[in-house]
Design a protein around this ligand. Structure first.
Ligand code: UD1
Length: 369
C-alpha cells in the first residue's frame, strides 16, 4: 500500500489531481491518497467550485497560505508543508503543473529524502521571465519520477541531463478530466444563462503578468478585442489578478466601453467547459486551455510570444500570436471565416487513461527501489 500526498494549490491543479485521486480510490488496497491544499488560491470561484465540479474530496490538510510575493508565497508553502510531510511520512508526494506550490512542495520533499513525482513534467517555453518556467525547470531537476504529457517533454528532460529511467511518458491527465466531464458540462444551461444560446461567441481568458500587469500589452490586446467584438460577442471570465490590474492601470472605463466584451466572474470547471466546447474561437494566455481546445477541436489563439505546449500547435488547433493587435485580429478573422487550423489528430496518449498509467508507474518504481 502506497500512501500518497497529492498537492493542489492553484486553479489549474485541481483538474489534474482529481482523476489521479479518483483512480487511487478505485484501488484502495494499493493506494492511500491524501489531498493537501496549500491555499495558494482561496476564493470560492478559484478553488471550492472546482472541488464540487470535479468531485474532488475536500482537502485532508489545508495549509492556508494565500497570496503574497513569489518569495513570501513559496516560503510560506515550504514552512507549512514540511511538518505535514514529517508527520504523515508518505511513500510519495505528487505535485502537478508549474505553480509556486509545485516547486515549494517538491523542494521540501527532496530535502527530507521523501520521493516526489511531478505530473506534467518537461514542458518548456524557454522564456525564463515566466515564473512558471522557473518552477518547471527546478521541479524537474529534483523530482524522482517525471510524468510527461508529450514526447517533446521527454526530449527536453533528456537534454537537461535527467536520466531516462526517471521519465515516464503517460499522456495528458487534464484530458482524463475533460473526457469524464464533457457530457455533463454540455448539458448545463451555462450558455442560456449568459444569453448565448444559439449565438456565435468567442471566449477569452487573460491572467499572465506579462499581459495584464503592463499597460502596453493590455492596451494592444484591448484594441484587438474591440475589433473582434464587432463580429461576435466575447465572453470574458475575469481572473482576480486581471480584475485588480484593470482597476490599477485605470482601464476600467476602456474595458466597459467595449460593448460586446461581456465580463463575467471566474467560472467553475463545468461552466467553462460548457462555453469552451461550443465557442467559435477561444483567445487565451493560459497553458491548460491551449490543451483543452486541442482536445475539443476548437480554434485557439494564444496571446503569448511562446508556448511550453508546442504539440497543441503541431497537432492541435492552437496558433501562438503574441500581443500584436493586427496579428490577433488576423488570427480571429481566419477562425471566423472557417480557415483556421483544424486538429490533425489527438496527441498520443491524450486518451482519458493517463491517471491509471501514473498509478502503475508509481507502484512499479516503488517496487524497484
Ligand atoms: C497562478 C500561477 C499561474 C497559473 C494561475 C492560474 C504561479 C507563479 N502562478 O497565477 O501559473 O496559471 O495561478 O490561475 O504559481 N487572487 C485572488 N483570489 C485567489 C487567488 C489569487 O484574489 O483565490 C489574486 C490576489 O490578488 C493575488 C493575485 O490574484 O495576489 C495573483 O495570485 P497568484 O496565485 O499569486 O498568481 P496567479 O496570477 O493566480
Amino acid at each position: 500500500m502506497l500512501k500518497v500526498l497529492n498537492v493542489v494549490g492553484a486553479r489549474p491543479n485541481f483538474m489534474k489531481v482529481a482523476p489521479i485521486v479518483a483512480a487511487m480510490k478505485r484501488r484502495p488496497s494499493d493506494f492511500l491518497p491524501l489531498i493537501v491544499h496549500t491555499g495558494q488560491h482561496y476564493d470560492a470561484a478559484m478553488s471550492d467550485a472546482f472541488f464540487t465540479d470535479l468531485n474532488l474530496p475536500p482537502p485532508d490538510i489545508h495549509l492556508g497560505v494565500g497570496s503574497g510575493s513569489h518569495a513570501v508565497q513559496t516560503a510560506a508553502v515550504m514552512e507549512r508543508f514540511e511538518p505535514v510531510v514529517l508527520n504523515e511520512k508518505p511513500d510519495w508526494v505528487l505535485v502537478v503543473g508549474d505553480v509556486n506550490s509545485t516547486i515549494a512542495c517538491a523542494l521540501v520533499c527532496v530535502k527530507l529524502g521523501v520521493k516526489v513525482a511531478h505530473v506534467e513534467a518537461g514542458l518548456r517555453s524557454r522564456d525564463r521571465t515566466m515564473p512558471e518556467e522557473i518552477n518547471r525547470l527546478l521541479t524537474d531537476q529534483i523530482a524522482d519520477l517525471l510524468f510527461t504529457p508529450s514526447h517533446d517533454a521527454d526530449e527536453n528532460l533528456l537534454a537537461e541531463g535527467i536520466p531516462r529511467e526517471r521519465i515516464r511518458f503517460v499522456g495528458n491527465v487534464m484530458i482524463d478530466s475533460l473526457q469524464k466531464n464533457l457530457n455533463v458540462a454540455r448539458a448545463l444551461p451555462t450558455r442560456e444563462q449568459l444569453g448565448l444560446a444559439g449565438t456565435d461567441y468567442a471566449l477569452l481568458t487573460l491572467h499572465r503578468p506579462s499581459n495584464v500587469d503592463m499597460r502596453d500589452s493590455f492596451d494592444r490586446i484591448l484594441d484587438a478585442l474591440e475589433a473582434i467584438s464587432t463580429r461576435l460577442p466575447i465572453v470574458f471570465p475575469v481572473h482576480p489578478r486581471t480584475k485588480k490590474t484593470i482597476a490599477e492601470l485605470g482601464l476600467s472605463d476602456r474595458v466597459e466601453s467595449i460593448k460586446e466584451l461581456r465580463i463575467v466572474d471566474p467560472l467553475g470547471y463545468l461552466d467553462f467547459l460548457n462555453l469552451s466546447s461550443s465557442a467559435r474561437l477561444v483567445l487565451t494566455d493560459s497553458g491548460g486551455i491551449q490543451e483543452e481546445t486541442t482536445a475539443l477541436g476548437i480554434p485557439c489563439i494564444t496571446l503569448r510570444e511562446n508556448t511550453e505546449r508546442p504539440i497543441t500547435v503541431e497537432m492541435g488547433t492552437n496558433v501562438v500570436v503574441g500581443t500584436d493587435t493586427q496579428k490577433i485580429i488576423t488570427a480571429a478573422t481566419a477562425a471566423l471565416n472557417g480557415s483556421a487550423k483544424t486538429a490533425l489528430r489527438q496527441p498520443p496518449l491524450w486518451d482519458g487513461h493517463t491517471s491509471e498509467r501514473i498509478l502503475d508507474a508509481l507502484e512499479e518504481f516503488a517496487a524497484a527501489q
